[in-house]
Design a protein around this ligand. Structure first.
Ligand SMILES: NC(=O)c1ccc[n+]([C@@H]2O[C@H](COP(=O)([O-])OP(=O)(O)OC[C@H]3O[C@@H](n4cnc5c(N)ncnc54)[C@H](OP(=O)(O)O)[C@@H]3O)[C@@H](O)[C@H]2O)c1
Length: 364
């Protein structure tokens, strides 16, 4: 088993041509800068890492043979100096023997990600299934496909997300697109897959949150942001909602006997496609991405808290895990603090009921 640093080392024969500093490559480093700035402007609300968890990395992933896993947004194969977090989550689980389903929008990019994974681990069992989280009909189709296929489900990793674009966009269902992608879609997906998870083996749901969620100021009466939109606020709020849903899901699972552990994680600040594919290199985040690359850890390491949540026997339902170094921005997995804005039980109920209503889903 290789270390996390080795995760991007091998390339498949079909590696696409690289142009040393392609758009995607240049942008890859930007994701971290965002949180760095968040630290600068909101020190009193910093999330914090912890050293309470002994060092845990790819070598510590327990055998996953027999486990059927869905990782959303796992198509971010290595490009230039970065790759998506979902790619490393899927690869880490596949190396350990899990049967991994990559759920993403682009079949072409999904298949390319699979080629990379197979080059790394020829015995890996990985396949692609189309899913657009910003399209509730696509979510329903994906859920139907999973129910129709035999094999059950043991783990869902709600990883996919967007930072949003400078200009406000609307999903096909008419929702503000960042909210639709990061909060509503994953929630509806989880609701649809819950019956399969309830029949799973030691089933888990992992929700990829963000330290930026600590800066959220979620207003359930203004989810559309028609009057005033900025992608940073939309992103922060969507990640606040995602964490609140993760924690509420675990409370409900315990209260209603679902037998499914719901666990939150965040990657700290990692060099991925999040900023390049979102607000872009000309945005404030893009500037930091280009000029402060030292603030961004590699995406293989950024994936570790979610992998810990997904696979460690020590990860607990209702837990929140993130990097344990440098103010929770980098390092190996540790305990993360739930920010004050995600602790209110009544708000959790309101968020849950709002997402159920807007997604026309229920959990059972
Ligand atoms: N990087 C960081 O520093 C950081 C920090 C905190 C939290 N996060 C979170 O980590 C998660 C992974 O992000 P990343 O940093 O790895 O960024 P990334 O490289 O941009 O990966 C995002 C993934 O989500 C997928 N995706 C986007 N919109 C989708 C949709 N509508 N339906 C289905 N899939 C969709 C993308 O697929 P396409 O190829 O189709 O676009 C891509 O695979 C996100 O939830 C992000 O918010 C990242």
């Amino acid at each position: 088993m290789r270390s996390s640093q080795d995760n991007r080392r091998q390339q498949p024969d079909s590696e696409p041509p690289r142009s040393g500093l392609s758009r995607r490559s240049l942008l890859g480093m930007a994701a971290a800068g965002t949180a760095v700035v968040a630290v600068g402007v909101g020190g009193n609300r910093l999330w914090s890492g912890s050293s309470e968890i002994p060092d845990w990395t790819y070598e510590n992933i327990p055998p996953q043979q027999g486990r059927r896993v869905i990782v959303t947004g796992a198509n971010g194969f290595p490009e230039g100096d970065r790759s998506g977090l979902g790619f490393h989550i899927a690869l880490g689980l596949a190396r350990a023997g899990a049967h991994v389903i990559i759920a993403s929008r682009s079949q072409e990019r999904g298949e390319e990600a699979i080629r990379w994974m197979m080059a790394d681990s020829p015995d890996a069992v990985v396949r692609f299934e189309p899913l657009d989280l910003a399209d509730l009909n696509s979510v329903r189709n994906f859920v139907a496909s999973m129910h129709a296929s035999s094999g059950g489900l043991d783990l869902l990793v709600n990883n996919a997300g967007t930072m949003g674009t400078v200009e406000r966009q609307v999903s096909v269902d008419g929702f503000e697109r960042v909210f639709a992608t990061n909060a509503l879609g994953p929630f509806a997906l989880t609701a649809g897959l819950l019956p399969l998870l309830r029949n799973g083996n030691v089933p888990r749901i992992v929700w990829m949150c963000s330290g930026r969620g600590a800066f959220g100021d979620l207003d359930l009466d203004d989810l559309q942001r028609e009057q005033s939109y900025d992608y940073a606020s939309a992103y922060n709020d969507s990640k606040q909602a995602h964490l609140i849903a993760a924690l509420e899901c675990d409370r409900r699972s315990r209260a209603l006997g679902w037998g499914v552990a719901s666990i939150a994680a965040h990657p700290g600040v990692a060099r991925t496609n999040l900023i390049p594919d979102g607000p872009g290199l000309d945005s404030p985040e893009g500037w930091r991405f280009r000029n402060m690359p030292f603030m961004f850890q590699g995406s293989a390491q950024g994936a570790l808290p979610a992998l810990y949540a997904a696979a460690s026997p020590q990860a607990a339902g209702g837990g929140y895990y993130g990097p344990k170094g440098v103010m929770g921005m980098r390092g190996l997995p540790g305990l993360a603090s739930v920010p004050d804005n995600s602790r209110d039980p009544q708000m959790a109920v309101d968020v849950w009921e709002t997402l159920q209503r807007l997604g026309t889903v229920s959990f059972s």
